[in-house]
Structures are given as structure tokens and as C-alpha cells.
Write a protein that binds this ligand. Sequence first.
Ligand code: DGJ
Length: 758
Amino acid sequence: MITERNGWFFLSTAHSSYIMRISSLGHMEHIHYGGYIPASAEGTFWIQGPDDLRLGDGTYYDEDHQHSFLGRMLCEYSTPGKGDTRESALIVEYGNGLITLDLLHQSHRIYPGKDYDILPRVSASDAETLEIVLRDAVLPVFATLRYTVYKEEDIILRSAEIRNECDEDIMLRTVSSVMLDLPDSEWDLISFDGAWARERYENRRALCPGVISVDSKLGFTSSEHNSLLFLARPDADDSHGEAIAVNQIYSGNHLERVEVSPFGFCRVLSSINPFGFGWKLGNGESFRSPEAILSYSSSGLDSLSYNLHRFAVKYIENSIYKDKIRPIAINNWEATYFDFNEKKLMDLAVKAESAGIELFVLDDGWYGRRSDDTRGLGDWVVNRKKLPGGLDGFVRGIHDLGMKAGIWVEPEMVSMDSALYETHPDWMVAIPGRKPSPGRHQYLLDLSRPEVVDYLFSAMSEVFSSGVDYVKWDANRNMSDYFTSSSAVKWQGEFFHRYILGLYSLLDRLTKAFPSILFEFCASGGNRFDLGALSFSPQGWTSDNTDAMSRIRIQHGTFRGYPLSSVSNHVTASPNHQSLRITGLEDRFGVACFGILGYELDLGKLSEEELGVIKEQIAFYKEHRKTLQYGAFRHLPSSDGAVFWMAESDDEMIVLEYQDRNMVNTGRHRRLRIPHADPASLYSVQRREKHVFKEDLGDLWESYSAVSHEPYSITVSGHVLCSAGVALPPLFMGRGFEPSTRILNDNGSDLYVIRKVR
Ligand code: DGJ
């Protein structure tokens, strides 16, 4: 809900308030973002109080306002040159390199929904928007700040649009989607960082004076730093305390900055990365920043994530699959890599189908000259030596098994060894006169050129018309040799953003033309995990690293900002193809089932016993899929070296207990505690019956088999679960087997199903 009163703006969600006002000088002054304060509350004036500062060496606004220091104000959207020397939200170059701007309130309006449409598309059916137009004190340069308020989800969607009405061109150097000034700096900054195969590891540090930034200059969101950022009070944890989240709805270069000023204020900025960016605006032209979201919670990081998750599913994802149950996939990549033919694939599909798998995904290598990763990208025509019946024939074969059929594509790329490069060498991103640098032996196509987007639309339409039900959209290199030959581009500083706009227009056209296809984004694993990508494809390949121990960190960081239903995980072979770590089949499943489950291994190499176990895993996943894909994700208190994750729906809670190391004889029971359990209810807690393989026990197999093992199933009051927790049965520790002894190896996991019985 948005209220305006005497130049004060109150943006209220169910549990938060965002307050700002027009200052006596006409600047937009930020007042508060945090806990809920109704617009009717007495005394909001005293949150910031009057302009009555007297500063030693500060630049004040003018002689008539000697107590107005922009550098000491909480500002809404800061520009350089009038006393605020903190990082600017907007930097515009004009004249012969001038950068001073002074943005003053000109007008505002409040209206239901959202009356502009940009890609990626974020809907706003039951939201409300405040639009504030600012104008420079001298030049006709305008900034329109937009705030769309989603009450139930505690989300504020923000963006800025810059318009030039000067006769001369102006150059945008920095345009932020969000600027947020906070009155103190008692916050920790949490970012999600890494590299290929270790994406979105959570890093937390205290703020201190100066600027901390995380960014991507890779052209894509990147696995180096995600655009998601949390600020958390130092005492805030998963279930307690104040925290704020910011995330852009964008798939290109981004920059997040947090500045603690000499006076202890904290400024948060989230923008398109100014690195290599320059956007010329002629008279009458405007530029829209990507949209970004802000969320606040006073109940800890999980509840903040819950806001982000609900918002993503309801308003960002556009696919018809956004809230639908997703199929379990078998992907042939780690089963065959490039070495496959139709028989091999069909054998894998038959085995997968008999285990209950629903979707067969044909990965890289099915087209053109693609016999390895040095060639073939760009030639999206089936290789009939591998698939004699063509793609349609293959898809029919999969459909005849009763499965859905999926295909891998990497449309944005080209190999020099390809027919596409031979025909259109100029479509490749390369600077005339310089040799372009490869990544995985491949190059980018220039998606800023409309003719390249048109070609890709028709090439992909051809592929998708084979009847596929699912598409994995990959992109396996970062950007280099920044240059576009597009005639629409006025300045090479537009290159990065134009590319992303080209990509979005291609995805928009394809997802509209093939609305029944389920898309999954991928970029060298998780190099493109962002809300922009999610707007076109409701799930993403989280990481090429499928090792359970690594995945605990990768999925944890990913769940902070992205819903379970977007996080795609596969059970793969052991030893793992990335880490060489050996992990039990059941334990690989335990971690992979939190999100969208798939399998990616040669089922033909598995024993009947292992195939039987996979069958049982799939039956369990199907029974609890609604919770594992769409439940609320929570961390439960860790205990005795184990991590506990929960997915919770109205009907049930599924809990994962995971330990990376088996510590022998700790002398304690590990506890399962659910702090938010309803004290007035009665719960049943059941452990999923895990299969134990002879090989896991070696010499101990005989003594293990001699005991009849008890299933674990208890009934317990919510009082017990929330206040004390229950002691889980002891782990095996070298003292023989009792009926209740649990087998939990290194990288071991157990799953529990918890239901309210009364
Ligand atoms: C990178 C992806 O992350 C993998 O899953 C696989 O699709 C390969 N590309 C294929 O080249």
C-alpha cells in the first residue's frame, strides 16, 4: 500500500515500511526502510528530525541553507557535485566532461499495477506503483524512480529511467536500479561468490568504513559473484534478526556496492556494472535500468529468502510451468559425454523409464560436426550418423516409451570450425584487426545484431519443432573482445547491455512461440543463475559440480535467493566426475532431492540392486515432490556436526540430515529440533528407510545382516519438537549393531518425513 501526505511517501508491505519525503530543498530524502510503521503513526518527522547540523568542513547546499548537507543526508538517488561525495546512484556526463547534477522532485503519481513493460517481464497484478520524476536544477535531464509494492511478499521492486531533453547528447556512465541509504552501519554484508564448480558460496563479513563491492565483468551474471546481496544485523541468523536483501532482475554485468561513510551511514547500490558501460542519449531519448528487488525481514535469513522465493515464483517466472510439478530427468551428458549413438541413448532411456524417470534430456553433441568441444557450435542440424531418424524420429522414440523428450542447445555461441562461421564470420564477437580470444574453443555470436537474433530464432524454432518438451539452454564461455558491429549501436559502451537485450528478445520470442516447452538455463553450470534468466525459464542448472558435499554449500547459497523449484540437481556417478569423492547412492539422492531431481549417469553400468534403489528414490520423490519443489525452505539448528535442511508444505515437512564426516564416539545424540513447530500439535516423525549396500560395510556385513533393523517412527508433541528437539538414534561407532543403529558414512544423509497428526 502506498500513501502520500504533504510530500511524505509511505510504502507499506505486510511487515515492512519504506518511507521518504521531499526535503525542504526539493531533494528526495530517505527516511526509513525496515520494520512496519503505519502512515498514520505520530512523530514520523522525528525519525530524521530537522536540518540543524553544523559541520566543520562540509559543503552545504547554498548560503540560504547553511544546515543542509547532502553528504550527511539519507538520499534516495544520489548524483555527484553538490556535496554528497559517497558513491553516486547516477553519473551522467555532459558538455565537455561535466558530471554535476542536482535532481529535484518535479512530480509523482501513484497507480495500481505497473504501466510499463520491459524485459525481463515482472508482473504486478495486485501491486501498486509510485513513480517520482526528478529533474536537474538546470538541465532538462530527468530521472524517473519507480517503486512497485508487493504487500504480501514484503517486496519492493525498483528501477530508474533517465531521459534527456537537452539539445546535446548526454552519456550515462552509471545508472543504479536501487540506492538505499541506512542510518547506521551495524550490518554484516553477505554475498554469494565462487567460480565454476563452486558457485554461490556464502561469505559474510562486518561492514567497516569505505566501500565493499562485488560485481561481474564476465558479461553474464557469473559464478564469481551473484547479484544477490544480504545485509544482516550482526546477531541475525537463519531464524532471528533483521536482514535486507537486494537482487537485480538482470543477466549481465552487475555491480553491488556497500559504502560506510565517515559519519557511519550505510549506502547500498545495485546497478548495471559501469565497467565498459557508456550509453549515449540524444534529445528525447531515455534509458531504463534493469529492475531490482528489495526485501526486509525482522525474523532472520530464512524468512527473507521465503519472501524472495514466493516473489520469484509468483511474479518473475512467466512459464506455464512456474507453479507446476516438474518432471524427473535423465541427462546423458555424464553418462556418455560426446560418445553416443541412438542405440546407446535408447538403452539409457529404457532403463530410466523403468525406474520411473519421466524426461530424457539429450545433451551436447547431437548436431553438425560436434564430435568434441572444438567444433560444430552454430550448426543446429541433427547429425544423422548419430541419430539416423533425425531429431523428430528420436523424439518420437522417447515419446513412445511414455517419456518426455528434452534437448540441449547453446545458441549464443559459434565454433570457428562450423558452417555458420564459414557463412557469417562477421557475426562473431571480435574487434576488427584483433584476434579474438577463445573460451572452451568457442566464441560468442553478436546478439546485439537483430539479424543474428532473427537467425537464432529460426534455427531454434526448427529444433524445437521436433516435438521436444524441454530445452536446456547452455552458454559455456564469458565475454571478451568487447565489440559489436550493430548499426544500431552509437557507442561501444553499449555492447554488454545490448547483448543482454538481444538475448532477452530472443528468449521472449522463443518462449512465446513454444509456450509448452519447459526451459532450463545453464551456463558452464551455474554461471547464469539470476532472476532475469528465471523470468524465461523456471529452473536452472545449479552447478556442474554434483558432488553431495560441494552441493551442500552450492545449494545452500542458491536457496538464499532462489526457490527450490528453480534449483536443478542430478544424482551422478561415484566417484564424482568433478571431485572424485565417493558418496553413497542414497546420500547423493538425499542432497539432490531438495529442488528439481534428475539423474545423470550410465544406468547400464549399475547393478539390479542399485537400479532398485533408484526406483525407490523416485517413488519417494514423487510422493513428496510438491514439498521438495514448492515447499518453504528452512535451515534447522545444526547438531553434532550435521546440517539440517527442511522443505515444508501445508501437509508435511521433509528434513535432510547431512554430515560431511563421520565422527566416531562423539558420546552425544544428535538432535532434530524444529523451532517453529506448533506446540499445540502432535507430530509423527519417520525416517526414510535407506538401503544399505554390502560394499558400504565390508567385513561388517555379516554382523549387520544378523540384526533385524527397526524402522524409525515416533510420535511427539510440538512442544518437544520446538523447545527441546528429539534425540536421533545412535550412529554406528564400532560397537556392533543394535536394531536402532544408524549407518551414516562420510557425506552421509538421512531423510525424515514429519506430519501433523493432530
Ligand atoms: C556445460 C554444462 O554445464 C554441462 O551440463 C553440459 O551440458 C556441457 N556444457 C555440454 O557441453
